[in-house]
Design a protein around this ligand. Structure first.
Ligand code: CU1
Ligand code: CU1
Length: 294
């Protein structure tokens, strides 16, 4: 049974095997298919013409990413069954752990996920386990994916002009967990003051999930953000926070909408752009999905 640990609590050997498994999936094409499905999900508005898509800006944001994480975790464990499980990156503690500068985290070293990008090299990450990775670019005019011409992921920690210098702190996570006891509410979009939207980060305030994407910058800013493996560790932490909320307020009974919401977001709706389409209601209980958070 997968045990999802804080990456900073993993042994050096576990981290090494985790990044090696990611490299195996990158080499055989499995990894890039996850990036393509994420981008395509982002481009599948529901209903058509809406800003909401089948995986973001709506109630299925948390279930869809939980399902995608399950599939990535299964792929990693198929490569290396001795891995503990998908690690999470507890970003809300990184500021306090690093004198106010989360860019100083151990996560951003060659032994973990590689460093910040190098400004004089187009913010490409030149060290670490993914230094030779070629990111997939999405071309919207033709709706096709092409490999970027230069290898190396792109990051600009807290310094991307399209991103943000702000970074979440633990009190903001605690606050969202305590304050928002309703999972989601009509009109099921990026405006509602409910838990899903607060954690996703579309409203004023801490903007937790979105802020982390924007702070990492570079490849994490766009719909192909799974190009950077930090995506999975970030979303694993989001999933852990959702599970903490569910453990407090109700695992299955809290999900909204049961019916009457946008297609793909109701309790009984199918979620698409996964390897195996799944019902929203089938991913609510972590215990039945068979993983735990350490
Ligand atoms: Cu996403
Ligand atoms: Cu995300």
């Amino acid at each position: 049974m997968p045990v999802r640990k804080n990456i900073l609590d993993m042994t050096r050997d576990e981290v090494k095997r985790f990044t090696a498994a990611l490299n195996a999936l990158k080499s055989n094409g499995t990894y890039d298919a996850f990036t393509r499905r994420h981008m395509t999900a982002m481009n599948t508005a529901t209903p058509a013409g809406s800003l909401r898509n089948i995986a973001h800006r709506g109630p299925a944001f948390l279930p869809w990413h939980r399902a995608s994480l399950l599939e990535m975790e299964a792929a990693l464990l198929a490569v290396d069954p001795s891995l503990p499980g998908m690690p999470y990156w507890r970003w809300e503690r990184e500021g306090a752990l690093n004198g106010g500068n989360p860019a100083r985290s151990r996560v951003w070293t060659a032994d973990y996920l590689g460093s910040d990008g190098v400004a004089t090299s187009g913010n490409r990450v030149l060290n670490g386990p993914f230094a030779s990775w070629v990111a997939l670019l999405h071309q919207s005019s033709t709706n096709t994916f092409v490999p970027r011409s230069t290898p190396g992921l792109v990051r600009a920690l807290g310094r991307d002009p399209g991103g943000t210098t702000s970074f979440p702190v633990e009190a903001q996570v605690t606050d969202v967990l305590a304050k928002y006891q309703t999972y989601d509410a009509s009109p099921w979009d990026a405006t509602v003051p409910a838990f899903r939207n607060q954690l996703e980060g579309w409203t004023a305030g801490s903007q937790l999930h979105n802020q982390v994407h924007r702070w990492v910058g570079g490849d994490m800013l766009v719909g192909t953000s799974p190009n950077d493996p930090v995506f999975w560790l970030h979303h694993c932490n989001i999933d852990r926070i959702w599970w903490a909320w569910q453990s407090r307020y109700g695992v299955v009974s809290t999900y909204r909408p049961v019916t009457g919401g946008p297609a793909g977001h109701n309790l009984g709706d199918q979620m698409r752009q996964l390897i195996t389409p799944r019902q929203v209601g089938s991913v609510l209980d972590v215990k039945t999905l068979g993983y735990t958070y350490a």
